[in-house]
Design a protein around this ligand. Structure first.
Ligand code: VGL
Ligand code: ZN
Length: 198
């Protein structure tokens, strides 16, 4: 049974100095590069939004970043503009070993729906195609690392467990945003789903 390392959104905008900076986001890069050497397969995800993406507070009159709104598909946090397609902020951190990746999966390109998970958009129905890629390659054991623990990493790991993959989250190679207790809540959700936090 082959194993894959799935590296979530290690992009400039999620690192210090970026538009949606996660504290210490850049510190995990050397450890992730080392972990890639142990993996049978490496997949990178890249948050990749059009400039008018509906998850941006700038697209909602009177809204501020980190407000919670209700979208047709459910609750949605509004974010500062980040990871705009083709921008420097959307590029991977310059020290990330991108050359080691077998595949790069972009997500969040549909202007009407955010996509935290690497498997489904936030309607929790529209697939990204990653499940098929992993299954057809026989990659059944998945280790998740990257940014941010409480959003894209957690949602990806929870979906993977739900889909029947054997899932671990390598917490020392993740960093969280932590708004209103979201980090503790995400860790509780991961544990409740039977996911090992390593
Ligand atoms: C993410 C918020 C918005 C993430 C992406 O990668 O965790 N968070 N877009
Ligand atoms: Zn995003």
């Amino acid at each position: 049974m082959a194993q894959a390392l799935i590296v979530i959104d290690v992009q400039n905008d999620f690192c210090p100095g970026g538009a949606l900076a996660v504290a210490g986001g850049d510190q995990i890069v050397p450890g992730i590069n080392a972990q890639m050497q142990q993996a049978n397969a490496v997949i990178l995800t890249q948050d990749w939004h059009p400039a008018n993406h509906s998850s941006f507070a700038s697209q909602h009159a009177g809204a501020a970043p980190y407000d919670l709104v209700t979208m047709p598909y459910g609750p949605q946090v509004l974010w500062p503009d980040h990871c705009v397609q083709g921008s420097a902020g959307a590029e991977f951190h310059p020290a990330l070993d991108v050359a080691r990746a077998d595949m790069i999966l972009r997500k969040g390109f549909n202007p009407a729906i955010d996509s935290y998970s690497a498997f489904f958009e936030n309607d929790q129905r529209t697939p990204t195609g990653l499940e098929g890629y992993l299954r057809i390659r026989g990659l059944t054991r998945l280790d998740f690392v990257g940014l941010a623990t409480d959003f894209c990493v957690a949602w990806s790991a929870l979906d993977a467990a739900r889909l029947g993959f054997e899932v671990r989250v390598l917490t020392s190679l993740c960093r969280g945003i932590d708004i209103d207790g979201s980090l503790a809540r995400a860790e509780a959700d991961l544990r409740a789903a039977g996911i090992s936090l390593v």
